[in-house]
Structure formats: C-alpha cells, structure tokens
Design a protein around this ligand. Structure first.
Ligand code: FAD
Ligand code: SF4
Ligand code: SF4
Ligand code: SF4
Length: 394
C-alpha cells in the first residue's frame, strides 16, 4: 500500500485541520528531527475517506479579502496597552466578546508551550496578552469551535493567517456567529527551538517567558512563582536575533501564501511599524500601536461596535505595507537556514542557533560580556545621552 500524503509537507503549516477532521482519529502531529510538527497517519486505521486532503488549506486555498479600511489604533485603557504587545486591539476585541457572553479561542503559554484554549472568563483571557513568538498548537480546538457554533454561541478565533485558513477550511461553510482575527506574522519557530534558546540564557528551571517590552524585543524568563530569572534585550539574545533574522522558521513560512495585503480574517492586526514616517502621526508610538485592517462586512460591523475603546486614526494601506513585509511577501530564507537545519539534526538546537551564523554569534558574545561586566556597564550607562544609547545597543 502506498503511504498517504495529505499535501506537500514543505508547505504544511501544522494548522491541525487534518487532525480535527479525521473520522478515525488516525492523524497525529509529531515533531521531526528539527523540532517542527508534521502530520503522521496511522495507515492501519485509515479508511481512505480523503477528508484530510480536502480540508488542507494548502490543497484548497481559502478566500482572501482586500482591506476596506486601515487604522492606527491603541486601547484607551493604558493598563491594557502596557501589558499587550502592540496597542492591545486584539485583547480589547476578545474582552468585548467575553463580556457579551461569547467564547474566545486564542493562544496562551503554559510551561513554555504555546497552545490554543477555549476561553469564557476575563481572568483566563488575561493570559492571551503578549505575542508568543513560536508555533502555537491548536490540537482539537477546531472541533470545539464547531460545537460552539452549532449551539449558536458567538465565537472569536485569533490566530496566524494560516491557522485562520485552517479553521475556515475545516468548518467548510460560513457561520454568522464566527468572527476571525488574523495577526500579521513573519514566521514561526518551533517550540523546541525556544527551549534551546532559553538554555543559552540560563541553566535554571524556566517555567514561562515573554518576548517584548512594548515596542522593544526583550527575552525575559521566569520561574514557576513568576520571579524574573533573566532579561536579555534583543541585541544580546542569540534566540531573538535568530528569530528576527528569519533563520529559525518552519520551512513553509518561506513560501507563506498569506503574507500579502489580501487577508483571510475578518479583521487583521499587527504592529504599525513605520507609522508617521510618510504622513505625520501625533500619537505616542513608543508604547505600541496596532495596525488594524478591516477586511469584511462582519469586520466593519465589529469595528463600529468596538471602535470607541480605542484612540484611532484612519491611515492608508501603502503606509502599513511599507515596513511590514507580512503585508507584501513571505520571509526570505537566509543562507544560514540550511546550516541551522543540518546542525539541528546532527547536533542539537543549541548548536544550531549558535553556529549557523558565527559572525552574529561573535557580536552577541561580546555584547553579553559587556553586559555582564557590571562595574564597566554601570559607569557607561550613567553617562548622559550616550549612556542610554549604549545601553540600547548592548
Ligand atoms: C509568531 C508571530 C509573528 C509576528 N510577526 C509580526 C510581524 O512581522 N509584523 C507585525 O506587525 N506583527 C507581527 N506579529 C503580531 C504582533 O506581535 C502582535 O501579536 C499583534 O500586533 C497583536 O498585538 P495586540 O497588542 O493587539 O495583542 P495582545 O493584546 O498582546 O495579544 C496577543 C494576541 O496574539 C495572539 N498570539 C500570541 N502568540 C501567538 C502565536 N504564537 N500564534 C497565534 N496567535 C498568537 C494571542 O492569542 C493574542 O490574541 C507577530 C505575532 C506572532 C505570534
Ligand atoms: S491540514 Fe494543516 S496540518 Fe494538515 S497537512 Fe494541511 S497544512 Fe498540514
Ligand atoms: S483519509 Fe480519512 S481516515 Fe485516512 S487519514 Fe485522512 S481523514 Fe483520516
Ligand atoms: S509566516 Fe505564514 S505560514 Fe508561517 S506561521 Fe505565519 S502565517 Fe503561517
């Protein structure tokens, strides 16, 4: 018997749609030798129904929409804006849905695993704040969403565009009570790569981590009591450098069919990088501002309902696209990627992060030495003006 192949695995985004649809539950998503998840079929249980092939969004791309309106927006509630990655728009929309007896499916991080959960209360909702810059696992949430939709509950799904596409494809028909929000996404590393990146920061037991301080990338690790263990700004972090350089993504992210101005969610949100550079903007950018794309009539309806929670301004799509490649093209695979993959397979993720771009690693190594030399560092950062700039650099 020939082995069943759902789709070209180079393009598989691990959206879990095949896993959710299989009537025999014979598909599992398992890690390959470089930590990325791919579907594997138990051929003995398979009944050849081909539903997995049918729902795969790689085989049958979903409809995309040209944005009707583009806004720069952030929450009027400064505590929400502070805790959220950008302007807190996705959190505010989710809060509105929960307060109106709806259900939210979004990503939380538990014990360093990013995963989707079903949320019905505001306390749990707090966990979705903050981007988790790794691939988030949906597991059986698509089946749960279908159940909720059939019971006529209002459901909000927030995920990367490929996850939104997977859900739409799995559902197979429109539901008036479903609203989807896609987040601009330049690529996702595997969960294991992050664990290796954290090992490069500390040998202590890490329970959770965060990736941003408002507009600045900063990898912070915490123990199980929530105490800070390490705090490494972007320039001194091996993992954050590899992430932002696009060296550690899933293979399919380099061919991403969703990195363009046409979107598959009702609303799209991201960071408004480059805001004010072409056309003046008089808000405070440092604390984080969302780019918000309203793509469908349902998106327009919800924007009208929630817009008063935000300080917002209409902007144009060209400005939004200028410094945000997920609105124009997929991530470009750097030359060091193949080395990253082969080192990961031959040795481990730690060596892969360190030795796939040795020049970068040497720079980071020296930055880290300066940071650890506390007397020298403390003198430098006290120098007015230059000290602050230096601190930002190392
Ligand atoms: C892997 C990744 C890459 C990104 N790349 C870009 C980019 O190139 N350009 C850009 O403008 N924006 C990018 N973003 C989006 C950006 O970081 C913010 O998530 C977005 O602007 C929403 O901000 P907020 O303040 O509204 O959300 P917050 O209130 O901080 O809430 C975060 C939201 O993101 C969701 N989320 C967090 N982690 C994940 C995950 N791993 N998978 C799916 N959903 C998740 C949560 O469910 C929540 O809804 C990326 C996000 C991720 C997760
Ligand atoms: S349905 Fe999703 S997880 Fe399954 S093969 Fe297609 S892209 Fe991969
Ligand atoms: S063909 Fe049907 S039974 Fe076989 S793996 Fe796909 S969905 Fe499952
Ligand atoms: S870059 Fe594209 S394929 Fe990769 S996780 Fe983001 S949306 Fe999915």
């Amino acid at each position: 018997m020939t082995k069943r192949v759902i789709t070209d695995l180079q393009k598989c985004c691990a959206c879990f749609a095949c896993f959710n649809v299989c009537p025999k539950e014979c598909i599992e998503l398992k890690k390959n030798e470089n930590g990325a998840m791919y579907p594997q079929i138990d051929e003995k249980k398979c009944i050849n129904c081909k539903l997995c092939e049918k729902v795969c969004p790689v085989n049958s791309p979903v409809k995309k929409f040209y944005s009707k309106n583009v806004y720069a927006a952030y929450s009027k509630d400064s505590s929400i804006r502070e805790k959220s990655t950008s302007g807190g728009v996705s959190f505010e929309v989710a809060k509105y849905i929960i307060e109106n007896k709806g259900i939210v499916y979004a990503t939380v991080m538990e014990h360093l695993e990013a995963k989707f959960i079903r949320i019905t209360d505001l306390d749990t909702l707090l966990k979705i704040q903050g981007s988790k810059y790794i691939h988030s696992h949906i597991y059986d949430c698509m089946k749960l969403i279908k159940k909720d939709l059939l019971l006529n509950d209002k459901v909000l799904f927030i995920g990367t565009p490929c996850q939104v596409a997977g859900l739409i494809s799995f559902l197979g028909k429109k539901y008036d009570n479903l609203i989807t929000m896609d987040i601009l996404c330049h690529g996702t590393p595997s969960q294991d790569s992050l664990k290796y990146g954290i090992k490069l920061e500390t040998s202590k037991l890490v329970d959770s981590c965060s990736f941003r301080d408002n507009n600045k990338y900063c990898l912070k690790t915490y123990d199980s009591d929530g105490n800070l263990i390490t705090e490494t700004p972007y320039r001194a972090s091996y993992w954050l450098n590899a992430f932002l350089e696009g060296r550690i993504f899933r293979e399919n992210c380099y061919h991403c069919q969703y990195s363009e101005e046409n979107r598959c969610g009702d609303i799209s949100v991201g960071d408004f990088w480059g805001l004010g550079k072409v056309k003046p903007y008089n808000g405070n950018i440092e604390k984080g501002v969302n780019v918000v794309l309203i793509n469908t009539d349902k998106g327009i309806y919800y924007w009208q309902v929630i817009k008063d929670f935000f300080i917002y301004q209409e902007r144009d799509l060209e400005e939004a696209k200028r410094e945000n490649h997920p609105l124009r093209r997929a991530a470009i695979k750097p030359k060091s990627y193949e080395k990253y993959i082969s080192l990961y397979k031959e040795n481990n993720g730690k060596d892969a992060i360190l030795y796939s771009n040795i020049k970068k690693t040497i720079y980071i190594f020296f930055r880290r030495i300066i940071r650890k030399n506390k007397p020298f560092y403390n003198v430098i950062i006290r120098i007015p003006k230059i000290g602050k700039k230096f601190m930002d650099y190392v």
